[in-house]
Structure formats: C-alpha cells, structure tokens
Design a protein. Structure first.
Length: 152
C-alpha cells in the first residue's frame, strides 16, 4: 500500500481525518465546527499533516511552532495528536508522521522539538530519537463535555 504524507486541507475533514483522530480521543465536533477550528488553527500557524492511502486519511500529526523569549527568540516545535486509524496501526505510519513533523520543524528553524506522551509510548518515541526530559504535568479544567464541546 502506497502512503503519502502531506499537509492537511479542509476537505480531509470529510475523508477520514476526524475518524482517525477518534482513535486517539473523543472528537465530538460537527463537520462545520471542525472546519471553523481548522481555519483558526491555520491562522495561528498550527499545521496538521496527514498520511493518505487510497484517498483516505489513515494517520495524522500536528506541529505547533512557538517562538521563545529565551534562546534568542528561538523556535520550538511541539508535536501533538499523533494518531493512526485503528485498521492501519503497527505499520510504521506513526513513525513516518513523526519524522515528517520533525523535518518540518527543522526546516522552519526550530532548535528543538518536544512532545508529551504516556509512559507506555515512551519507547516508541525513544526509537525515533527522543529522550525523556522533565516531568509532564496536566490540570484538566473541564472534565465533562457534551457534543458541542461545552462543559457539561
């Protein structure tokens, strides 16, 4: 199976992008709301990349680039939302998506790339060259969502 990795576009929302993301976490968006969020993310510089096979999205990763006050205003790439459709997992797709995001961050001039993951996924990312660093912390502000994304 031939897989292409490219930047996502708005039509990808109807060709498996949201379904693929649902393998990672509950999406809970209408197509209209997803398009609105996609446009807003583009305006802020967030980029989403997709793995495509036979016209369907089977994997995705997001890259957010932050300019720091430290390191002379250097850029940091944040990798988020690495997801592969359940029927295509364990085929190297996630590895290729992460490598693509790293290459994009390097091309944009980032001095480092960071991501957060569960302990169980650390060996996967270590095989891609990441190392454990710091302690990840999280504070959930909204613990219950309805289908509109509002706190319930």
């Amino acid at each position: 199976m031939k897989i292409d990795i490219r930047e996502a576009n708005g039509t990808d929302l109807d060709h498996g992008l949201l379904e693929t993301l649902s393998s990672l976490a509950h999406v809970g968006l209408t197509s209209e709301k997803a398009r609105e969020i996609f446009r807003a993310r583009l305006r802020t510089g967030a980029r989403t990349y997709v793995a495509v096979a036979d016209g369907r999205i089977i994997g995705t990763v997001s890259l957010l680039i932050e300019q720091k006050f430290i390191h002379g205003g250097g850029l940091v790439g944040h990798i988020e939302d690495v997801a592969v459709h359940g029927s295509h997992q364990n085929q190297g797709i996630a590895s290729n998506l992460v490598r693509h995001a790293i290459a994009e961050a390097r091309q944009q001039g980032c001095y480092k790339v960071v991501l957060g993951c569960y302990d169980s996924l650390a060996p996967f990312y270590e095989r891609l060259g990441f190392r454990r660093h710091d302690v990840g912390m999280r504070l959930d502000l909204n613990t219950c969502y309805n289908t509109t994304g509002a706190a319930g």
